[in-house]
Design a protein around this ligand. Structure first.
Ligand SMILES: O=C(O)CCC(=O)C(=O)O
Length: 264
């Protein structure tokens, strides 16, 4: 089965979409995966979630935000193809306007019960990355994700606010109180749709209030020339600070961080 003829590709991405991504910090692209690709990726994702150790993000007193599998692309060929999917990575490079490489991929699951919302946050301060003018996440839905299944919500334009060093550890509303009054956009996705968001954009997601697990793959891409920048000694590290095999200040130039799209 094929996608509809209106499917957006890196070649057909319009200047309006590019402009919208740059000014709002996110964009929704429908049907980046065909129906067959969704079925194959979902089956593989469910198997991984069944078989492999999961990490868990919990909010004390509220419940489980999500479970996830780190490096799913190293665990199956299907997930590697999805993390490096030419349609998705081609669009990522157009949006970024520069060559990119993959930083990481995570297979996410929001449970059907006992779950809670994903708190407002920005991603960039959690990434040990320097020299990346454009770091962005492709969040690909592998099941339908309507509002009540916990789709993502973005605060358009918030990626242009000044970034604080401690931003990973504080509520974005405390960092920028005026943000409380900015519009938030909630973006439901059909299975096979994708959003791209800038790593500096404030975002959150709802709880899953349905009987179906919310399953998605979130892959982060960074400038091809970005360098490893761990938390300085004495600073509180984020959970993503460990980058084996690369010295601080060096590019992420190993097979673990492949070049993508046109450059890969
Ligand atoms: O999936 C979610 O609920 C949050 C994902 C997220 O924050 C991200 O991919 O940056």
């Amino acid at each position: 089965m094929t996608n509809s003829i209106n499917t957006v590709t890196s070649q057909t991405l319009s200047s309006d979409v590019l402009e919208s991504y740059r000014s709002r910090g996110y964009v929704r692209i429908p049907s980046v995966l065909s129906v067959d690709e969704v079925a194959q990726c979902l089956a593989d994702a469910q198997e991984q979630l069944e078989r492999h150790e999961k990490l868990s993000w919990d909010t004390p007193g509220e419940g489980n935000v999500m479970d996830w599998i780190a490096e799913p692309e190293a665990k199956s060929a299907v997930m590697r193809r999805l993390a490096l999917h030419p349609g998705i990575t081609g669009i990522a490079e157009r949006l970024a306007g520069r060559p990119l490489r993959m930083f990481k991929s995570e297979l996410l699951r929001k449970r059907t019960t006992g779950g809670t919302r994903t708190p407002l946050h920005i991603d960039a301060p959690a990434f040990p990355i320097a020299g990346s003018a454009s770091t962005l996440t492709a969040w690909v839905a592998l099941v339908d994700v309507p509002v009540e299944r916990g789709c993502l919500t973005f605060i358009p334009g918030s990626h242009e606010l000044p970034q604080r060093e401690d931003a990973w550890f504080i509520d974005p509303f405390d960092a920028h109180p005026e943000l409380r009054w900015w519009p938030q956009v909630t973006v439901p996705l059909r299975a096979g749709d994708c959003t791209f968001h800038d790593a500096r954009l404030v975002h959150s997601a709802g709880a899953n209030e349905t009987e179906t697990a919310r399953i998605s793959l979130a892959t982060v891409y960074m400038d091809a020339a970005a360098t490893y920048n761990p938390a300085p000694a004495g600073a509180e590290p984020t959970y993503q600070d460990e980058v084996p095999g690369i010295e601080p200040g060096q590019p992420f130039d190993t097979d673990r961080y492949p070049l993508i799209g046109a450059t890969g």
